[in-house]
Write a protein that binds this ligand. Sequence first.
Ligand SMILES: Cc1ncc(COP(=O)(O)O)c(C=O)c1O
Length: 378
Amino acid sequence: MKQPAPRAEVVVDLDAIAANTAVLRERVGRPLMAVVKADGYGHGLVPAARAVLAGGADALGVAVLEEALALRAAGVTAPLLAWLHAPGTDFAPALEAGVEVSANAEWGLAEVVAAARATGRPARLHLCADTGLSREGATTADWPALVAAAARAQADGEVEVVGLWSHMAYADAPTHPTIGAQVRVFEEAVGIARAAGLDGTRHLANSAATVALPDTWYDMVRPGVALYGLDPLGGDPAVHGLRPAMSVRARVALTKRVPAGVGVSYGHTYSPERETTLALVPVGYADGVPRAAGNRAPVLAAGAQRTIAGRVCMDQFVLDVGDDAVAPGDEVVLWGSGERGEPTAQQWADAVDTIHYELVTRVGGRFTRRHVGSAGAV
Ligand SMILES: Cc1ncc(COP(=O)(O)O)c(C=O)c1O
């Protein structure tokens, strides 16, 4: 029996992810750590990891240990760094799984050392310097003590410092003065570590820096969003040879003809000026379609882009398609590559005053996800 088309699905093109990775890897000509945290930016942790590796990524980066261990459990054996840990973390499973970890502070390093002693496995350790983001990393004031403690732990065979890294605040504005300032602080931090005998891979560049700031590439780049085909600079990804991998679709659940002046959706914030056809789309804010998209965000329906009519509800929203032909079951595309006339995640981000990162990582809920393409297939 023919399966009915899904009510709502996120379609992820793994070949696009692999191709984007290959474009960036070729451009930088040095190792690339592909960031696959947050469920592969909403594209699926394990399939995204396999696709970036198929595209030539040298290593994987995630935020938290749970993500790293899920990759190992799925049989992904590539070098893998997890950099965000809360106090009291048991690093033993990470060390046993060959996951590299990061320290921001001496107390965090002590927890890593404790796990190295307990397991008899030296930790492969990255030291993070705060070079101006004021987020993760040791400040310039705290860095020398962290370096000294790591050097002692390395001499004792408890850690091997394999990375020295930081994260950028403003790489999406490539001429911003903080960029040069962060580079200077990073180089000073690296100098202090080198003087203490620590010789790790230097990595600083996120996607924006990977496409726009060669001076930040050092020994390895660490892009995320660009791998998924989204322009980190907020423009057209094709300029960088990138293609969006995610397409978000739903099927019209109901259509109806209504007279001019009816109020549409909660609070009646939309009313058609003339008799029209309304189409009901069965996805809402519980599925990651932002409520702020009401009366603002575009979708492709019945061959044209149309703005959502009225408020986005928990499970559904409404479109005004005028006199165009639309029927229950017809496809509506919220965002995709743009190649078929659909809006892009960037257009949505502009419409709802957010960034495409937030849209792709939050879409989910009751959408099913389907992977197409063969990159990384096992
Ligand atoms: C520490 C770190 N490195 C790299 C990235 C990748 O950033 P982007 O997706 O902007 O390339 C992130 C993502 O936010 C991050 O937190």
